[in-house]
Design a protein around this ligand. Structure first.
Ligand code: FES
Length: 110
């Protein structure tokens, strides 16, 4: 079991549980977080942009060039930004903290 904490746009922290091999985008969507993931992991949209806690960011495999290119276009991107569709959870990431950017689109109209 891998714990993931989402920090929502209003600052609310939400803890969810995931399993090794789960993709961060799917975990976020299953938890109702407002990440559209429009291109379903093709690195062609950046609607799955999240900001990872700095310490956790260091544990992630580096982004490939296509991901970096997309992040350059993401509004509000920081040096700790990742595309959630490119992050697969493993036990070393237990307790990872991920912030939903303020400008995240959402499909639920919240
Ligand atoms: Fe489109 Fe991640 S879902 S870039």
């Amino acid at each position: 079991m891998i714990r993931v904490t989402f920090i929502e746009r209003d600052g609310t922290r939400r803890d969810v549980e995931s399993s090794p091999g789960d993709r961060l985008l799917d975990v976020a969507q299953n938890a109702g977080e407002p990440l559209e993931g429009t291109c379903e992991g093709q690195m062609a949209c950046s609607t799955c942009h999240v900001i990872v806690d700095a310490a956790d960011f260091a544990k992630l495999p580096p982004a490939v060039e296509e991901e970096e290119d997309m992040l350059d276009l993401a509004a509000g991107a920081t040096r700790y930004s990742r595309l959630a569709c490119q992050v697969w959870l493993d036990p070393t990431l237990d307790g990872i903290t991920v912030r939903i950017p303020a400008d995240a689109k959402n499909m639920q109209g919240r």
